[in-house]
Design a protein around this ligand. Structure first.
Ligand SMILES: Cc1ncc(COP(=O)(O)O)c(C=O)c1O
Ligand SMILES: NCC(=O)CCC(=O)O
Length: 420
C-alpha cells in the first residue's frame, strides 16, 4: 500500500495522521512519506522507493540507520528483559561513561525524551535557586513542556505560530523571551530582575529556526552575566550533544553550563533524555533533595544499551572529522551552485548540521530566519525528494550528515541540487 493510502488511513485514527506535527509536511505541502526500513543512509518507503536520508530521525542517527553493533546489543538486551523499574548495572555504567565524557557533569539523571530532560532541568533550576522566572530565546525549541512553548521554534514555527493553546498564561508569564544572539538584552533583563530569574536556557548552537550559530562572545557573555546574579545557565544540548565531538558543545568551547540537557544521539535511536550537572545542583533532585522527578521507564535497559554502544562507537571511532569534511563539502557545493545559478539562498553548516536558508543574507536570529522564502524551501524539498533525497520537511530545521554518508552521497546530492 502506498504512503498516500497509509496517510489516508492514519488520518482517521491519529490526529493529523502523525504522532509528531513536524512529520505532517505542513511546511512543504504534499503527502508524508511512510518509511518501512532503514540501513546506513538508505531508507525504503511504503511506495517501494529508496531514499538517501539527510534527516536522520531529526538527529539521533549520527551513525546511520540500524548500525549492526547497536542492533545486536538492543536485541540481546531486549531478550533479557525489556524493563524492570529497578536498578541495573548498565545504567550506572552508562552514567559513568557520560560523566567521564562530559567533565562538567558530576551526575546525570536519565529520562525518556528531550522534552522530559528540559522540563526537569527547569524544575531543578527553580527548586535549587528558589526563583520562579526563566529567560529563553526566540526561535529556540526545548520540547513541548508548558513553560517552553512560548516563542518556540521547530514544528510550532512551521505551523505558523510560536506558542500553543492549552498552556496556562501563568506558565508563560514567568518566561522572558529575548532574541537569540542579543547579549545586551539578556544583560538588561538580568540587571532589572536577575534576583527572580532561576535560569537562562539556550541551545548553544540553535537548530530549531534552522541552523543559527552563536556569535563570538554570546555564550561567554551569558555565562558571565548569569554567574554574576546567581542565575543558572542551562545548555540544551539535545541536538548539539555528541554532535561535533564525543562530549558537549559547551565542553569543546570551554564554557561550563550549570545544567546540560541531552537526548537524541545518547539513545542511539531509542527513546532517551538526560540532564546533568554538578553534584551540588543535581543533589537537589529527589530522593536526595526536594525537587521531584521520576519515570517508570527512566533508564530503560534497552535504551541504555543502545545509547552506551553509540557513545562507545563515537568515542572509539571518532567520525567527527569525516562528518565535518562531508558537511562542509555539501554546504560549499550548495553555495557554489547558488552563486552560479544566481539563486537567492545560502547554506549554513557546522559539522554534520546544515540548513539551506532561502535568502542570501546571513541568519543570526528568528526574525532573519522568518524572512527566508518558505515557498522556495518547499520547492527545494520536493525537488530533492523527487530525486531520492529526504531532508527535513520544514525550512526551520537542521538536516544532518551522518558517519554513514560518503563522498558519493554528497556528490549525488549536489548533482540533484544543481538541477533545482
Ligand atoms: C534543542 C531541543 N531540545 C529539546 C527537544 C525535545 O526533545 P524530544 O523531541 O526528544 O522530546 C528537541 C527536539 O525535539 C530539541 O531540538
Ligand atoms: N528539531 C525539531 C525536532 O527534532 C522535533 C522532532 C519532533 O518533534 O518530532
Amino acid at each position: 500500500m502506498t504512503s498516500a493510502k497509509w496517510f489516508e488511513r492514519a488520518q482517521k485514527v491519529i490526529p493529523g495522521g502523525v504522532n509528531s506535527p513536524v512529520r505532517a509536511f505542513n511546511g512543504v505541502g504534499g503527502t508524508p512519506v511512510y518509511f518501512k526500513s532503514g540501513k546506513g543512509v538508505n531508507v525504503q518507503t511504503e511506495d517501494g522507493t529508496e531514499l538517501i536520508d539527510f534527516c536522520g530521525s531529526w538527529g539521533p542517527l549520527i551513525l546511520g540507520h540500524a548500525r549492526d553493533e547497536i542492533v545486536d546489543v538492543v536485541a540481546k538486551t531486549a531478550a533479557d528483559g525489556l524493563t524492570f523499574g529497578a536498578n541495573t548495572a548498565a545504567e550506572a555504567e552508562f552514567a559513568e561513561l557520560i560523566t567521564t565524557l562530559i567533565p562538567e557533569m558530576d551526575m546525570v539523571r536519565l529520562v525518556s525524551s528531550g522534552t522530559e530532560a528540559v522540563m526537569s532541568a527547569i524544575r531543578l533550576a527553580r527548586g535549587y535557586t528558589g526563583r520562579r522566572k526563566i529567560i529563553k530565546f526566540d526561535g529556540c525549541y526545548h520540547g513541548h513542556s508548558d513553560y517552553l512553548l512560548v516563542a518556540a521554534g521547530s514544528g510550532l514555527l512551521t505551523g505558523g505560530t510560536t506558542s500553543s493553546a492549552g498552556v496556562s498564561p501563568a506558565a508563560t508569564e514567568e518566561v522572558y523571551v529575548v532574541p537569540y544572539n542579543d547579549l545586551e538584552k539578556v544583560q538588561d533583563v538580568l540587571k532589572a530582575d536577575g534576583e527572580n530569574i532561576a535560569a537562562v536556557i539556550v541551545e548553544p548552537i540553535a537548530g530549531n529556526m534552522g541552523l543559527v550559530e552563536p556569535e563570538p562572545g554570546f555564550l561567554e557573555g551569558l555565562r558571565e552575566a548569569t554567574a554574576a546574579c546567581g542565575t543558572l545557565l542551562i545548555f540544551d544540548e539535545v541536538i548539539n550533544g555528541f554532535r561535533l565531538a564525543p562530549t558537549t558543545f559547551g565542553h569543546t568551547i570551554g564554557i561550563e553550563a550549570d545544567i546540560t540537557t541531552l537526548g537524541k544521539i545518547i539513545g542511539g535511536g531509542m527513546p532517551i533524555g538526560a540532564l546533568g550537572g554538578s553534584t551540588e545542583i543535581m543533589s537537589a533532585l529527589a530522593p536526595l533533595g526536594p525537587v521531584y522527578q521520576a519515570g517508570t521507564l527512566s533508564g530503560n535497559p534497552v535504551a541504555v544499551a543502545a545509547g552506551m554502544k553509540t557513545l562507545e562507537l563515537l568515542r572509539d571511532e571518532s567520525p567527527y572529522l569525516k562528518i565535518e569534511i562531508l558537511g562542509k563539502k555539501l554546504a560549499d557545493g550548495i553555495n557554489a551552485i547558488a552563486e552560479e545559478k544566481e539563486l537567492d539562498l545560502h547554506c549554513a553548516q557546522r559539522g554534520g548540521m546544515f540548513t539551506p536558508f532561502f535568502r542570501k543574507e546571513a541568519v543570526r536570529n528568528l526574525d532573519d530566519s522568518k524572512a527566508c522564502d518558505q515557498k522556495a524551501h518547499a520547492a527545494y524539498f520536493h525537488h530533492m525528494l523527487n530525486h531520492g533525497f529526504y531532508t527535513p520537511p520544514s525550512g526551520f530545521e537542521v538536516a544532518f550528515v551522518s558517519a554513514a554518508h560518503t563522498e558519493e552521497h554528497i556528490n549525488a546530492f549536489l548533482e540533484a541540487f544543481s538541477k533545482l
